[in-house]
Write a protein that binds this ligand. Structure first.
Ligand code: KG4
Ligand code: ZN
Length: 355
């Protein structure tokens, strides 16, 4: 079967095609050999378009998705050598995300499916992130703890099996990506800033500034990053522009260390609490190299293992949406619909999806 995936929840338009064999029965699903295979994917990021505004402008995002999705689709079909009529199902991001942006992807997906009389399936964006490591060279197996760290979400989930998600803890205010981005902005870096801040941090001293590690020793698996941003603001307000410039590497390294320390500590606590040995990291912040390094070593100390998506699949993309749809079909959870009326869910919790 071929599944086309369309992602348009925020500031990236993504289209991808995966191929997979339908299981004879859900009991077959243990073999990694049967994981869906990514045939091709194409992505357009709107970051440059939003940069002058310091954040995503929803109306501009929607308009840009309208222009990008069909050319990206052509690119994917051409690169894979698959004819559009060989597509068996069209998957799209149904939520969470920006309402207007989601409607563009949903509208294109449903129109395409209707024109070919094939089923369509709305996918949860965070389930896509969570399953993206299954497209890596070293896929995990269920059950596992997932640390989901994106621009909008910071969550620890217990993933018992496909479609079985239990929320263990989440951010009570800013997401980890937001903490990176807001701190980066205070250092004068362009939106979204997380990757640029971590690049600066490479040359800095992580102990130069002592930023708070909120809720680190609370014994809970919840996160809070709003206080960190305030503390960075207080620190930079005490400094002149020249001092900030001279200390930017140390500031970046200290900010990154504070965020990463909390993420690592809570992830390890979640593994201990659930007595699971496998950690899966997903979402844009999962690209952070210090986070990767520290999680690898801390999980190894526990006798566990951590799995990451390939770097190009950390950010939003169509492949994870096609993958999530394929796995929902494989596990007999959903089969899509030929009812071509549709809605989107800008706010949608992943636990609400749980079986
Ligand atoms: O998952 P994602 O692409 O979009 C959302 O669904 O939110 O995540 C984007 C977030 C941004 O906050 C960005 O700054 C952050 O991921 N990010 C990073 C790095 N690369 C991307 N944060 C820290 N270090 C990085 N290397
Ligand atoms: Zn995302």
């Amino acid at each position: 079967m071929h599944i086309l995936g369309i992602e348009s929840s925020c500031d990236e338009s993504g289209v991808a095609l995966v191929k997979f064999d339908q299981f004879n029965s859900p009991a077959d699903t243990s073999s990694a050999v049967k994981l869906p295979q990514l045939l091709s994917h194409a992505l357009h990021t709107q970051i440059e378009m939003h940069q002058p505004y310091g954040g995503v402008v929803p109306e501009l995002a929607s308009r840009d998705h309208i222009q990008r999705i069909i050319p990206l689709l052509d690119q994917v079909l051409q690169a894979s050598g698959v004819d559009i009529h060989q597509v068996d199902l069209v998957a799209y991001t149904k939520g969470p995300g920006l309402a207007g942006a989601l409607l563009v992807g949903a509208g294109v997906a449903v129109s395409l499916a209707a024109s070919m009389n094939i089923p369509v399936l709305g996918v949860h964006h965070l389930e896509g992130h969570l399953l993206s490591p299954f497209l890596s060279a070293d896929p995990p197996s269920f059950p596992f703890v997932c640390l989901l760290v994106s621009g909008g979400h910071t969550q620890l989930m217990r993933v018992q099996s496909m479609g079985q998600y239990e929320l263990l803890g989440e951010s009570v205010d800013d997401a980890a990506g937001e903490a990176f981005d807001k701190s980066a902005k205070l250092l004068g870096l362009d939106y979204p800033g997380g990757a640029a801040l971590s690049k600066l941090a490479l040359l800095g001293d992580p102990k130069a500034f002592n930023f708070p590690r909120p809720l680190m020793h609370s014994g809970r698996l919840d996160f809070s990053f709003a206080g960190l941003k305030t503390s960075v603001l207080t620190q930079v307000n005490k400094m002149s522009a020249q001092q900030i410039e001279a200390s930017k590497h140390d500031l970046a390294a200290s900010i990154q260390a504070a965020i990463v320390d909390v993420l690592v500590k809570k992830s390890i606590a979640a593994l201990k609490q659930t007595q699971l040995k496998t950690l899966v990291v997903a979402g844009g912040v999962g690209a952070n190299s210090l986070l990767r390094q520290n999680l690898i070593s801390e999980c190894a100390r526990l006798g566990g293992k951590v799995h990451f998506p390939e770097l190009y699949l950390c950010t939003d993309n169509g492949a994870m949406i096609a993958m999530a749809a394929a796995m929902r079909l494989q596990y007999g959870i959903e089969s899509g619909t030929k009812n071509y009326s549709f809605d989107v869910k800008p706010r949608w919790s992943l636990s609400a999806l749980s079986l």
